[in-house]
Design a protein around this ligand. Structure first.
Ligand code: G
Ligand code: G
Ligand code: MN
Length: 333
């Protein structure tokens, strides 16, 4: 109750009072769990229940919510999914607008679940984040993506491979070691690796993020801010971080030719990004018209279903072998 009371007064964020409400999940040792990991899981289940019924807090009980038990089952299965080789990466190309060349690919994780079919990361990444599963997942992700980068050397392009890091990983002091080990054992140059980090991961703990990002950046890997525009990072904040690239969130790009304010945001982010010396990527490019407009605004790279949707690695290599570069010139589709 004291915790909850302390969160009640509005928070002043850049001079604006923001009110928020907290829901608390309670789990007890040893009644509800035998170890710390399980205890946190149970508290998490109770917290979701509290939110669902709009209560201030809830105490864990096994019967609370069948959905939560499902989450727990998924979590148990996810533990094995790595060993059982059920995780796969799909790849989506990013095109350098000026040259029409493929500048890189983004690795997007999927889980080929034996009963539920292909699962997307929004279903299992949050579950993994709340437990100790993120490290093994990130390790697997880096190994697989860097292996793909090596394989892709058979295609006459120097591919940079982008991977998404969860907010949780960014605040893990081990992350730089993880990345370094993956680079060394794969033999891929750090310049060929891009780490995508969401804005919200930074806003949470800017100083902690800066320490980890600085270590990573010193190794020579590229740092990219994903989903840019959806969080509350000011560009002033980003300027103080070792960032190389920003990706304009697809929510602005998708309808930018229909919505004046989306278009203004896209143009402004491109201009501001360039003024800060950053590489600017637009994601969610679904039509040639949007591609052409981005070219006119001077955007550096485009990614989206118009070019190619995310597909398994071998399919993407095949696509790269059979897609002439000139096809990707602005206006040349
Ligand atoms: O294709 P799509 O539905 O994959 O991706 C949904 C979201 O999941 C994206 O915001 C993306 O950043 C995130 N995501 C995709 N792959 C990974 C991954 O390997 N690790 C993490 N942490 N997030 C990922
Ligand atoms: O990591 P990030 O949030 O940027 O993940 C990119 C997400 O966008 C993935 O879920 C991917 O499948 C999705 N995506 C990629 N291209 C397009 C597109 O052209 N349109 C839409 N709507 N989504 C896309
Ligand atoms: Mn991304």
């Amino acid at each position: 109750k004291r915790l909850q009371d302390s969160l009640e007064p509005p928070f002043l964020i850049e001079g604006i009072p923001i009110a928020m409400e907290a829901c608390i999940g309670v789990a007890l040792l040893p009644e509800h769990a035998a170890d710390a990991d399980a205890l946190l899981q149970r508290a998490d289940v109770a917290m979701y229940y509290a939110k669902q019924v709009a209560a201030d807090y809830a105490v864990y009980a096994a019967h609370l919510d069948p959905h939560s038990r499902e989450r727990l089952r998924l979590l148990a299965e996810l533990r094995d999914a790595i060993q059982l080789d059920q995780l796969v990466l799909h790849y989506q190309p990013k095109v350098e607008i000026k040259s029409g060349r493929i500048g890189g690919v983004e690795a997007l994780m999927r889980w080929q679940h034996p009963q539920r079919g292909l699962l997307y990361p929004d279903i299992f990444i949050p579950t993994a984040e709340n437990t100790g599963l993120m490290n093994p997942l990130t390790q697997w992700l880096l190994r697989d993506a860097l292996h793909f980068q090596r394989t892709a050397d058979t295609v006459p392009v120097r591919l940079r491979v982008s991977v998404n890091l969860s907010a949780r990983s960014l605040h893990d002091a081990h992350l730089p070691h993880l990345v370094e080990n993956a680079l060394v054992s794969s033999g891929v140059s750090p310049r060929q690796l891009v780490l995508e980090i969401t804005e919200s991961a930074i806003i949470h703990d800017p100083e902690g993020a800066r320490a980890v990002l600085t270590d990573l950046s010193r190794m020579g890997v590229w740092i990219s801010i994903d989903d840019f525009g959806t969080g509350y990072t000011s560009l002033a904040n980003i300027r103080r971080l070792p960032v190389n690239e920003i990706k304009i969130d697809k929510s602005f790009v998708l309808g930018m030719l229909r919505d004046r304010s989306d278009e203004m945001i896209v143009r402004s982010v491109i201009e501001l990004g360039h003024n800060l010396g950053l590489h600017v990527v637009a994601e969610g490019v679904e039509t040639q018209d949007v591609y052409d407009a981005l070219a006119a605004f001077g955007c550096d790279e485009a990614q989206g279903d118009h070019i190619q949707r995310p597909v398994p690695g071998d399919r993407l290599l095949e696509w790269m072998r059979t897609t002439p570069i000139w096809k990707l010139d602005p206006g040349g589709f």
